[in-house]
Design a protein around this ligand. Sequence first.
Ligand code: AGP
Length: 613
Amino acid sequence: MCGIVGYVGERQALPIVLSGLKRLEYRGYDSAGVAAFDQSNGTVHLKIKRAEGRLDNLLKVLKEDPIKGTSSIGHTRWATHGRPSEKNAHPHRYKDVVIVHNGIIENYISLREELVKHGHTFLSETDTEIVAHLLQRAIDQEKDFEKACQKVVNKLKGAFALAVLWAKAPNKLFVAKQHCPMVLGLGKDEQFIASDIPALLDYTKDFIFLEDGEMAFVEPTKVVVKKFDGEIVRRKSHRVDWSLAAAEKEGFDHFMLKEIYEQPRVLRDTFRGRIQSKFDGVQFETFKMSDAEAKKLKSLFLLGCGTAWHASLVGKYWIESFAKLHVDVDLASEFRYRDPVVFKNSLAVAISQSGETADTLAAISEAMKLKLKPLAITNAVESSIARKTKSVIYTHAGPEISVASTKCFMAQLGVLALFSVYLASKRGTQNKKWVSKILTDLAEVPEKISEVLKLNDHIRNIAKKYKDYRQYFYLGRGLSFPMALEGALKLKEIAYINTQAYPAGEMKHGPIALISEDWPIVCVAPQDKIYGKAISNFEEVKARGGKLISIGTEGDTELRNRSDEWIGLPKIREEFSPFLTAVALQLFSYHMSVLNGCDVDKPKNLAKSVTVE
Ligand code: AGP
């Protein structure tokens, strides 16, 4: 996710802002920039410097042409709108207004159109630049900076953290927060702002945390917090005694746990602007297909590796069931070495969080050679796979630091769910009432995930009892089979425990020979249409001495009574159970890894992006 740092006071601002941005480097970014007002010779002079790539590139630019000034804002960008480039890097400026922004302005297209009607032209492809234009227009109309800021934040929809400097009041910073983090760091005759605490820990331990729908006007000796409606907020400051390492993980012990807990937000970001406001359809900013094209589609290939392959297996179920379109799911590492039969008017979709996986890149290249239309679902803007396909739907998970994928998997499921509803409505396989109902149900998923997260202590207690077992079976049927595969992969990856995942109905065809008291069985069995069958399969393994750790639906006494351990998840539309079972499985693997003394975030032998075949 992008990083914001700002300063107003008496010191030279640039070293402070740059060191703050450096502290946020661990989160990943693709370009960086700073702006400062130089008031040294009695006039106010604004300078902006930006560079693509690492902060070191920005430092080189600043070395050649240094900036001075006692007020400054800086930014590290993780591209969401517009590719990573100097032109799209922040800060953005329009006349006297200079701005940095984190998040996604959902209504930026309509706001941009409105500005174009008034003769505005833009230098970047970002949603951020339009906010600078809106603000300058509002200042011209209102003749009052604070009123103009208030007017503009109320026009914006979506998620944003903004930091703004204005040439006419260079010692005043404006910040606003809506669904993206923003903190104010307090000093003596100087103030700091940042998207994240680690950026400021070298300078202050006293923070004011803005809430959603709040903005602040920050001057060296004064901080005024207001709601977006203008009402003044009296907010106490908090002393933060975290070490830097703890602050980077926002107080969580590991990045993996932090990322598991981020999942409700990740899904909301992934749905934002894509589920139309009245739940009457789905749209993607970067991908369009006409109804006629969608109806002509003959088949679709989903290509991915590891966790992305598991997401694809869930995607197959949704697309076939909702959009009545044939789907092949291929392990990317195998696809190019077989001779697939392809039909005219078919799509190939590469799924990859990193966008750099060599096998997936090779598979989509092969698909393109076979004249399949390519599409990428990835978390990394302008990654190799995105550049290859030129047609992309981005997941909005933000940078994932833990090697084991959790929130990116969740975002992949989110995009696949949207994509399957998109295809269903374009192909006319479902009626409007169905579309509206399923999108309403989908929008409720993040809240349900928050409920699952409340089971963390309970899941840790189960892990404590089972931490010494060296082999596990993971069983599920239907949509829960890919989740069994994903749960089993997570336990292998981060706890180094042998796991076997099977569709529960397959056990009797061989693997049941292995059942004994030494192999606990994780049963993934939410109440869905195949649940009854799954229970019978679990009975078969229980009868042979297996211990059952069941992940089911709360209130299900039938499975609960048969199980040795029970994790009851909230009720949810049955097709969406993977969103919830994934979280319970992630937490179980996480605690097993911690309890076994493993390096959770950096498991041995694994890399975050696998760029070799
Ligand atoms: C996930 O926990 C794994 N580390 C791994 O299976 C991963 O999903 C796979 O390598 C694919 O990576 P990608 O999504 O970056 O293409």
